[in-house]
Design a binder for this molecule. Structure first.
Ligand SMILES: [Zn+2]
Length: 346
């Protein structure tokens, strides 16, 4: 079956100037997909703007009004690292709506998996705050829409962006229908995502945070993916929604992770494999971070090839030799508190 792709020129209208999260990120990805011959082979899904009721499931009315009015006034800096332009509100509506369209197309069986190349990104945005380059939490809006529409009852989020998805975690921290699994560098912005934060109330146990020390690379990601796959098998979701951030690549200066394109492709293979076992292969990759043009675009191309079941190449190669930390005590501790079998995920 075809692999879906969400893209729209409106995403370039969120004009951040020379900010790391800039419109050229998507231009580079599109060019790389075209060069590789993938662009015409993907099933293009047209995004729509998220509606106000959809936004209000994930955000306060004050927040939505504020983003809209800031954009109407021409935009400006929100905090030290988040900026809006006149076109940002419209882009954000289509980013959240694009996430809904991608997930619905997969759940309906129109496409096997989908990749949503949206911006602004979303995983840091909280119910009432824009932060960390994010205005509206695309993932949270999409999940509320799927649950409300009855197209999915159980959803597994896998956030492999280098930063912790604090906004997404908070949105579903006490919701037993939504599992949030994040691996992220720690310490790093925004400073959340500790290993003992595992959900609350009825949602206790449906959050797993894997705070990775700097210098973790492909092998450490492979080990964490083993834990993720175990959690997916136990939770048995209807779909896996991925917050796909490629800012852990060794060329990306925003984190100190040492991932390569191969590591990202292997991560995609694990997701595709476990989705195939548990939920008919249903998975959506929703773009979050990734700020080195070549690393980002090459990783997205490799991800697409994995979803199509094709060979991929790592044109950028591995990082310089480095000394990765031993994360086995961290993984052992997480398996212990989440009662996951030690042998299964290795
Ligand atoms: Zn990030």
């Amino acid at each position: 079956m075809a692999v879906g792709l969400v893209y729209h020129p409106v995403y370039l209208e969120h004009d951040t100037g020379h900010h790391p999260e800039r419109a050229s990120r998507l231009v580079e990805i599109k060019a790389a997909l075209e060069r590789d011959g993938l662009w015409p082979r993907l099933h293009h899904l047209s995004p729509r703007p998220a509606t106000e009721p959809e936004l209000l499931e994930a955000h306060s009315q004050e927040h939505i009004r504020w983003v809209k009015s800031q954009a109407q006034q021409g935009g400006g800096w929100v905090d030290m690292d988040t900026i809006l332009s006149a076109g940002s509100y419209q882009a954000a509506l289509y980013a959240a709506g694009g996430a809904i369209v991608a997930a619905e197309a997969v759940l309906k069986g129109d496409v096997s998996q989908a990749l949503a190349l949206v911006r602004p990104p979303g995983h840091h945005a909280t119910r009432d705050q824009a932060m960390g380059f994010c205005l509206i939490n695309n993932m949270a809006v999409a999940i509320h829409a799927l649950l409300a529409g009855g197209t999915a009852q159980r959803i597994f989020i896998f956030d492999f962006d280098a930063h912790h998805g604090n906004g997404t975690e908070a949105a579903f921290y006490s919701d037993p229908r939504v599992f949030f699994f994040s691996m992220h560098q720690h310490p790093l912005y925004p400073g959340t995502g500790h290993a003992d934060h595992m959900g609350d109330g009825e949602g206790r146990g449906t959050t797993i945070n894997v705070p990775l020390p700097p210098e973790c690379g492909d092998e450490e990601f492979r080990q964490v993916c083993g834990l993720m796959a175990q959690a997916v098998r136990r939770f048995r979701p209807d779909i896996i929604l991925v917050s796909a951030g490629y800012d852990g690549h060794w060329l990306d200066g925003i984190s100190q992770l040492q991932l390569s394109v191969s590591g990202y492709a292997q991560t995609a293979e694990t997701i595709r494999g476990v989705a195939g076992e548990v939920c008919g292969g249903k998975a959506v990759f929703l773009l979050e971070g990734g700020y080195h043009a070549a690393a980002l675009s090459t990783s997205v191309v490799a991800t697409c090839r994995v979803l199509l079941g094709e060979e991929w190449v790592d044109l950028l190669g591995p990082p310089m030799p480095y000394s990765p930390p031993d994360i086995s005590p961290l993984l052992h501790g997480l398996r212990h508190i989440h009662e996951l079998d030690e042998a299964e995920g290795s």
